[in-house]
Design a binder for this molecule. Structure first.
Ligand code: SF4
Length: 414
C-alpha cells in the first residue's frame, strides 16, 4: 500500500507499507526504509545514502562515490538521530491532523501506516544499539564474513569458526575453535534467530550458512542439519502453509577439501533440499601467491570442488581479493586469476565476488608486506584492479557470464 500525505505547507510525505518494510519519502530527496519491527535499514538524503547493519554498523557514500565508508560512532549516531526525529515528527503531524491522506485513502491503510510508524519510533538510536547487541549475541559476536551481495539473507551459524585459521591475511576467527552445531543446539539457534527477526523475517528469502565452512560436518552431518533447517523453513517455496518461514534458497561458504569429501550424489541431495550456491575462496589464481597467503588447498582441489558442485546441480561463488600481493604481484595476480577463472567453466548461475584486501595490521600478511616492502596498492589502484578484472571477465562465456558481485558496500547483514 502506498499513501501520499499532504501538509498545509511543505513537501508531501509518501509512505508505503509492504510485507516486511515501511518506506517513508519526504520531498524529492529523502527516503528511509524500516523493517517490519521498525529497525531502520537505510536511506538516502540529498544524494547521500546509508545502510545500517543489524550489528549497528552504518556505511554511507555520496552519489558516485566508492567505496562506501563505515561511519564512525558520532557520524552514525547523527544519522540515526536525524532519521528518528524525522519519523517521529511525521507521526506527530499525522496524529495532530497537520498531515492529511489523499482523499479516498482507506482508513485501514492509514491505520496500518500509523502502526508501522509506531514501531519505527520505538527504535530510537539507543534502542537500536541494544537491539544490535541482541543480534550479535545470536552468533557469539558480530558476523565475521559473508558475501556482500547476500545482505538480506538470514545468517545461520551451522558451524562456528574456521578449522584452518592459518591464511596469512585473515584473523576473523583467530583463537576460536571450529565446531559444528547439531540437533537440539542447532534447533535452538535457529529458533532464536527466528524470534529475533519476528515479522521482519518476511524480508528475508534466502539463508546463508556460516561460518567459514558449512561442509565441516561432512555429508551425513550436513544432511542432518538440513533436516533441522527444514523444520523451520519451507525451502524452495513461496509460502509454507504452516509456521515454517518460506525460503527461496540456501547458500553457504565451503572449503574445497570439505566439499570434495562429499560424493556427487550427496551434493545432489543437498541441492534437492535447497542448497543453491557454495562460495569458495579462490582469492588469487597465482599459485605461488596462494602459498604465500597460506591458503589451505592447492588450486587442483578448488577446481575439483567447482567441477563436482556443478555436476551436482549446484552453483558456485568464488571470492577474489583485489590488491593482494601489492605492486610486486599485481601483474601475475591479474593475469593468472583471470586465466584460472576462465578455466573453471563458470556459467550465469555463478558469482565472482571481488573484494578489496583489507588485512588486519596484526596479521602475518601485514608483517610480510612490511618486511618485504611489498608496496600495497593505493585505494584507487585496488578499485582499478577490480574494474580490470570485471572487464576481463565480462563476456566470452559459453554458459553465460557469471555475475561479478558488487564490491562497494561493506558486508553488512542489514
Ligand atoms: S579459510 Fe577463510 S576463514 Fe579460514 S583462515 Fe582462511 S580466509 Fe580466514
Amino acid at each position: 500500500m502506498f499513501v501520499v500525505f499532504h501538509a498545509c505547507s511543505g513537501a508531501p510525505v509518501r509512505i508505503s507499507v509492504k510485507p516486511g518494510t515501511l518506506t517513508v519519502a519526504l520531498g524529492a530527496d529523502t527516503v528511509d526504509t524500516f523493517d517490519a519491527c521498525g529497525r531502520w535499514l537505510g536511506g538516502v538524503e540529498a544524494g547521500r545514502y546509508w545502510r545500517r547493519g543489524l550489528d549497528h554498523r552504518v556505511v554511507g557514500a555520496g552519489r558516485g562515490e566508492r567505496p562506501a565508508r563505515l561511519l564512525g560512532a558520532g557520524a552514525r549516531d547523527a544519522v540515526l538521530d536525524r532519521v528518528h526525529r524525522g519519523v517521529a515528527q511525521i507521526a506527530a503531524d499525522l496524529a495532530a491532523g497537520r498531515l492529511a491522506a489523499t482523499p479516498g485513502t482507506s482508513p485501514c491503510d492509514v491505520a496500518a501506516i500509523e502502526q508501522a510508524l509506531t514501531h519505527a519510533i520505538a527504535f530510537d538510536p539507543a534502542s537500536l544499539a541494544a537491539d544490535a547487541q541482541r543480534f550479535c549475541a545470536l552468533y557469539g559476536g558480530p558476523i565475521a564474513a559473508f558475501p556482500g551481495e547476500l545482505y538480506r539473507a538470514v545468517y545461520l551459524q551451522t558451524t562456528r569458526g574456521c578449522a584452518w585459521n592459518r591464511c596469512s591475511y585473515c584473523t576473523l576467527y583467530a583463537g576460536q575453535r571450529a565446531s559444528v552445531l547439531k540437533g537440539d543446539t542447532l534447533d535452538q539457534h535457529i529458533a532464536a534467530v527466528r524470534a529475533y527477526f519476528g515479522p521482519a523475517l518476511q524480508l528475508r528469502r534466502t539463508a546463508f550458512l556460516g561460518d567459514a565452512d558449512a561442509f565441516l560436518p561432512g555429508a551425513a552431518g550436513l544432511l542432518d542439519q538440513f533436516a533441522v533447517l527444514h523444520r523451520h523453513f519451507a525451502v524452495g517455496s513461496e509460502t509454507s502453509g504452516d509456521d515454517r518461514h518460506p525460503l527461496a534458497a540456501i547458500d553457504a561458504f565451503g572449503a574445497p577439501d570439505s566439499v570434495l569429501r562429499c560424493t556427487a550424489a550427496e551434493l545432489g541431495e543437498l541441492a534437492r533440499l535447497g542448497l543453491r550456491r557454495v562460495y569458495l575462496g579462490l582469492e588469487t589464481g597465482c599459485e605461488p601467491l596462494r602459498l604465500l597467503l597460506q591458503r589451505r588447498e592447492p588450486l587442483t582441489d578448488l577446481r575439483g570442488a567447482v567441477e563436482r558442485l556443478h555436476a551436482s546441480g549446484l552453483a558456485v561463488g568464488l571470492t577474489v581479493l583485489a590488491g593482494v600481493g601489492g605492486h610486486a604481484w599485481q601483474e601475475r595476480h591479474l593475469l593468472e586469476t583471470t586465466r584460472e577463472l576462465r578455466q573453471l567453466d563458470l556459467n550465469d548461475r555463478d558469482i565472482i565476488s571481488l573484494s578489496p584486501l583489507d588485512p588486519d595490521p596484526h596479521s602475518a600478511y601485514a608483517a610480510w608486506a612490511a618486511a618485504e616492502a611489498a608496496q600495497p596498492l593505493a585505494e584507487g589502484e585496488v578499485l582499478a584492479q577490480i574494474d580490470t578484472l570485471k572487464t576481463a571477465l565480462a563476456d566470452g562465456w559459453s554458459g553465460g557470464a557469471p555475475r561479478c558481485a558488487p564490491y562497494d558496500l561493506a558486508a553488512l547483514i542489514s
